[in-house]
Write a protein that binds this ligand. Structure first.
Ligand code: ZN
Length: 458
């Protein structure tokens, strides 16, 4: 196989914006060479604007299919995360392995079309509806891998350890038995997931995910953190006020404080949400080196709260973006929602902007580096040696006319949407062309069949 070459009129490199950039990608899917002030070759793929493509650092793929089912009030005086979770549990009781593969393929395709090149799947739906394992313990993990094989997305698979139904160590409820594993079975599941990943290209990764402090006890959190010492380690934390209060009552400390007091949290940790932190927790987390996994659209949808972004970034904290519940797949909207949440909370504008870098650029570059770290993936920049996760924007679109430098990112994120995304390469695989996934017809047809059956059964 010969290397591919991409020629961009404008590209964002680690050194800043550059013109007439040629990027060659070797057959292994890594960037071989980057040249500025180049000329396009005869067989080069030409684009207007070339950017590194971020990893989506947090997804529960199957939840895509229940988007729009949870926007009515329950019988109580107010609705909340916890009533949303009841609907989610009822929905997932229906799902077969075939359904999970079809939904996962569809949402991965949408992620690619939105500009993400990779997805970190926080995967907790392991067993049959009655809680019995499938004949292949890693059946569902295999289905996530099969979807990634179809879509070409760069997959980091995080099989989830889920032990309990709550912080009081109650058994799993009826809606949770599909998630549960004791430590021995979890260790075997992890091995099964690793075996399934060997069928994917070499950029696929494994990671470990103790679900949350509600679902995993302290001893097993430590145990899980040592299972794959070089792999990414993710967990949900500090999402909801009620959750923080439960953990404070059970442990005497707020969740982020408790975790930082009891575990050596460093750059391999990705802590999902962190929407409920005190100022002191914010500073501690920022200086730990961990990545905060922010999911602004889902956090808005669920009423989780507002991340303490200005203080966190001011202390050098790292963050990336995830689509979590997948109620809507839009990279630009995730970044816009994050910034707008800060503006609404502080009554100020351009909260993340800094000297020499606009709001859109700061947000986008954070998503690149935080996403790469959280995915355990050597991507996130257009430079030789990195995994070739790339996207192009349509420089001829009316929304980008006359824009240069950071204005390109600001116009995409704040004034446009993901229809500006023209091409996406995941580890060099050119899976989105002219704004459309190359296998969209088949993936969409399968998803349509699945949803017709599922919605009829609910
Ligand atoms: Zn989540």
């Amino acid at each position: 196989m010969k290397s591919k070459e991409i020629f961009a009129e404008t590209a964002l490199l680690p050194s800043g914006w550059a013109q007439n950039v040629s990027v060659s990608v070797d057959p292994s899917g890594r960037i071989a060479e980057v040249r500025k002030d180049a000329q396009p070759g005869a067989f080069t793929h030409r684009v207007g604007v070339l950017l590194a493509a971020p990893a989506n650092l947090h997804s529960h793929a199957f939840q895509r299919a229940m988007a729009g089912f949870t926007e009515t009030r329950g019988s109580g005086a107010s609705d909340s995360f916890w009533t949303w979770r009841q609907v989610m549990y009822r929905f997932l009781e229906q799902l077969t392995p075939e359904d999970v593969e079809a939904i996962t393929g569809f949402v991965q395709m949408e992620m690619l079309e939105a500009g993400y090149a990779a997805s970190v799947e926080f995967h907790y739906l392991h067993h049959r509806p009655d809680g019995e394992p499938y004949a292949d313990l890693a059946e569902m993990s295999g289905r996530v891998c099969a979807a990634a094989a179809d879509t070409g997305i760069g997959l980091t698979l995080l099989p989830v350890l889920y032990q309990y139904g709550g912080i009081d160590r109650r058994p799993l409820g009826a809606g949770q038995v599909r998630f549960g594993n004791d430590p021995d079975r979890y260790a075997r599941l992890l091995e099964g997931a690793e075996a399934a990943l060997t069928g994917l290209p070499p950029d696929a990764r494994i990671g470990v995910a103790p679900h949350s402090l509600r679902a995993v006890d302290a001893e097993r959190l430590t145990w899980a953190s040592e299972l794959r010492p070089d792999a990414p380690l993710h967990m949900h934390i500090a999402e909801q006020v009620a959750e923080v209060e439960e953990i404070r009552q059970a442990t005497g400390a707020r969740p982020v404080d408790w975790l930082l007091d009891t575990h050596a949290v460093d750059g391999r940790w990705c802590l999902i949400h962190c929407t409920q932190m005190t100022e002191a927790e914010t500073v501690r987390l920022a200086t730990s080196g961990a990545v905060a996994g922010l999911c602004p659209i889902t956090e808005s949808s669920l009423g989780d709260g507002i991340f303490n972004g200005e203080s966190y970034v001011g202390q050098g904290g790292r963050f990336g973006i995830g689509s979590d519940s997948n109620i809507r797949i839009s990279l630009s909207e995730e970044l816009r929602t994050l910034e707008y949440s800060q503006r609404l909370a502080s009554s100020r504008r351009a909260v993340f902007a800094e000297a020499g870098r606009s709001t859109g650029r700061v947000l986008f570059e954070a998503a690149l580096s935080g996403g790469a770290a959280a995915a355990g993936r050597d991507c996130g920049a257009i430079e030789a040696g990195r995994v070739a996760d790339l996207l192009s924007l349509d420089a001829e679109a009316t929304g980008l006319l006359g824009r240069a430098g950071d204005q390109i990112l600001d116009s995409w994120i704040f004034a446009g949407d993901d229809r500006l995304v023209r091409d996406v390469w995941s580890a060099g695989r050119h899976v989105v062309r002219e704004g459309r996934h190359v296998a969209r017809n088949g993936i969409e047809a399968r998803y349509r069949r699945t949803i017709r059956c599922l919605t009829g059964a609910i």
